[in-house]
Design a protein around this ligand. Structure first.
Ligand SMILES: *[C@@H]1O[C@H](CO)[C@@H](O)[C@H](O)[C@H]1NC(C)=O
Ligand SMILES: *[C@@H]1O[C@H](CO)[C@@H](O)[C@H](O)[C@H]1NC(C)=O
Length: 348
């Protein structure tokens, strides 16, 4: 029923993407200054924003589009997942979907404003705290397949609840419906999310520079992005899943694999711990480039690292949702601690 590859991928997802994903807080965070009201807009160059509306439950009839709101927290991996889900509900299920301001702020540090197409709830409704949301904690399959969810409902997607401390976790929702949704939203994000020009410029310059150092044209190089997630991710995996960090030999073996499979390989390593990477991962063939500045708190750096993975031909990844996004957005072959996975479109 499922191909070996999708099973392999599921296994990998199950083991790796165990961070907090998306959850709702009891209280909404308001970012003052985020909603650009008339009072802060005193010249022609700033966009006029619609004044907010009062939510009125009486206006939600049985045939009105359902409203669905989800709140993402944490780092980029989780923010992207929250955004991807709400975008899917909006575009594929035809619901009125909203993200939280934190999610948009986070994405705006990395992507262009016009590429973010799901609105922030606070920019539409004056007082979202008063909206009487019904929590959605069911299996993802239900909302994807049961059409009654699409009209007349006012839903919160996986609000925080003692029974769901990690919010929505993909590995708890394995199904062919989820797999199909994922394929769709990865494709959608690859098409629509545009990195900021400053990030694109830096990424292209880096890739060109690497080709030059190898005496090749960029199109002749097989770029393999390496994401080495460490710092707080190591503690998370140890505490929650008793998994020890991947050692230097994991990377040495992975690089050897790509050198054997492809021509003119260049490895572009990004990490939240560049110091450990430089000290431990050996550049045995002169084809490894430490390209990141490793500053996980700077959106430009986080975005640059993701752009490197996205525009590489293949990836070598570690654990966590950021690594997972790097490999999915790249869409090439990816090497994990469970071996190499070749997406269907690359199979001969
Ligand atoms: C208009 O207002 C925005 C936001 O306050 C500001 O960044 C921009 O420089 C202003 N432009 C002019 C032409 O005054
Ligand atoms: C790798 O990807 C780049 C685009 O990002 C492309 O120009 C290049 O031809 C690809 N390399 C190979 C060997 O396919």
């Amino acid at each position: 029923m499922f191909s070996f590859l999708s099973l392999g991928f599921t296994f990998f997802k199950m083991r790796l993407s165990s961070n907090v994903i998306i959850s709702l807080c009891a209280t909404l965070t308001h970012f003052t200054g985020f909603v650009q009201g008339e009072d802060t807009c005193d010249n022609d160059s700033c966009q006029k924003v619609q004044p907010c509306r009062e939510f009125n439950i009486k206006k939600i009839g049985p045939d009105s589009k359902s409203i669905i709101y989800g709140e993402a927290h944490g780092r980029l991996g989780n923010q992207l997942l929250g955004y991807a889900l709400l975008a899917h509900f909006q575009d594929e299920l035809g619901m009125e979907a909203y993200i939280n301001a934190e999610c948009r702020q986070y994405l705006l540090g990395i992507f262009t404003e016009d590429s973010i197409t799901v609105p922030v709830i606070d920019s539409v409704y004056c007082d979202p705290k008063k909206i009487p949301f019904t929590p959605y904690h069911s299996h993802i399959r239900e909302i994807l397949t049961d059409k009654s969810y699409r009209t007349g409902k006012v839903l919160q997607f996986f609000p925080t609840h003692p029974k769901f401390p990690f919010g929505y976790r993909p590995e708890d929702h394995w199904s062919k419906e989820q797999e199909a949704m994922q394929t769709k939203y990865v494709h959608f994000l690859r098409e629509t999310l545009k990195f900021k020009p400053s990030i694109m410029t830096k990424m292209k310059k880096t890739m060109k520079g690497v080709a030059k150092k190898l005496g090749l044209k960029p199109k002749e190089v097989t770029y393999v992005g390496i994401h080495n997630r460490r710092t707080d991710g190591l503690k998370f995996m140890k505490d929650n899943f008793q998994q020890d960090p991947l050692d230097a030999d994991y990377f040495h073996d992975a690089m050897e694999y790509f050198r054997e499979e492809y021509e003119n390989v260049a490895f572009l390593l990004v990490s939240d711990d560049m110091k450990w990477s430089r000290e431990n991962i050996e550049n045995r063939e002169g084809d490894l480039f430490f390209v990141s500045d490793g500053n996980g708190d700077n959106p430009e750096s986080v975005g640059f690292d993701l752009a490197i993975l996205r525009y590489s031909n293949h990836t070598i990844i570690t654990r966590g949702t950021y690594s997972m996004w790097g490999s999915m957005l790249c869409n090439g072959e990816y090497y994990t601690e469970y071996g190499s996975i070749v997406p269907t479109h690359l199979q001969g």
